[in-house]
Design a protein. Sequence first.
Length: 418
Amino acid sequence: MTAAGMTIFEALESTVRGYCRCWPAVFDTASGAWLRDEHGREYLDFFAGAGALNYGHNNPVLKRALLDYIAGDGITHGLDMSTVAKRGLLEALRDIVFGPRELDYKVQFPGPTGANAVEAALKLARKVTGRAQILNFTNAFHGMSLGALSVTGNAAKRAGAGVPLPHTMPMPYDGYLDAPDELGWMRRALDDPSSGLDRPAAVIVETVQGEGGVNVARAQWLRQLAELCAARGILLIVDDVQMGCGRTGPFFSFETAGIRPDIVTLSKSIGGYGLPMALVLVKPELDQWTPGEHNGTFRGNNAAFVTARVALEHYWSDQRLEHATRAKGARIERDLTELAATVPGARVRGRGLVHGLAFDDASLAGKVCQSAFDRGLLVETSGAAGEVVKLMPPLTITDAEIGHGLGLLADAVTEVCH
């Protein structure tokens, strides 16, 4: 890339930009698991729009539905008005997602981002319970707006708020204490009237902490957490913004634990095509909003409703995608484990099609990601110190593409670590 090619970005775009600093290319087109820059160079995508592109770039099935809808003058902007596109999505959610899983949720359409869905979930939990405190977890990430930041663990991100972030309290995530009873401190503090911990409205949790370093909560821990909350009248919110829509295998990441959260937040890939969309799923008895109490101008992105519906119909009417995701994830775990064995202090963690290669020497992860980019592979870092190389390819990626990407990653690790 020439310096002149970046001039307009450097001249006019805010210094807040981030990904473009790690991946200094001007991207032009994309298809499936591949992006191409303006010079025609191809990059294999193990990033998938930070989880917003589970079905790949310009998925042809979703693209056809979107083009047909636009060509037919379908509603684009609908606020919370009733539309044919919204009805189709709600019917698909009922018939394809909720019904087979015996889930009973009301569907709220907040502003079309994961952070806004989290904001709505926190507001509703406080409204329903009449309590202010929210418990979150170490290494959590829930978004960059004030409420979402208040339940996020990363100190640098929290500092960006510029104001105190009150009424929240972090608890140890599964594995954080390396103790026999990982929920022991939380349970004791909640039950001790002298602990200083106010009874919370809700607990918010990710079943796999993506930005926090690909930390995977055990199914047993999640069940114990759900039981702990239910026994004390505390609402359980599962943030499935990044790990939902099949990222870990099943449609919801919490399914393998057999729990039924009180509130679930979805965004990123729920829109199917990468179009902005978010949902808050709420048990019916908790749906206590007054009309317009949480709203947003772009909560009615009907184009996203269309691609979301088609994605559900095409990929979730049977279990083929779930089974394929599990198989591809197992293959990635095997190959990464072999790769990690060649680097002292490296280890692997993950589930489904989200995996992390963590290094004791945190500086290695960023260097590996840069070397991978130079070879034509997009991977990002995560974790408190950026010590994890995070792999999150589209769920529709082929076995051959996985093999190619893992080969590029292995070459990058060899260059940096040997």
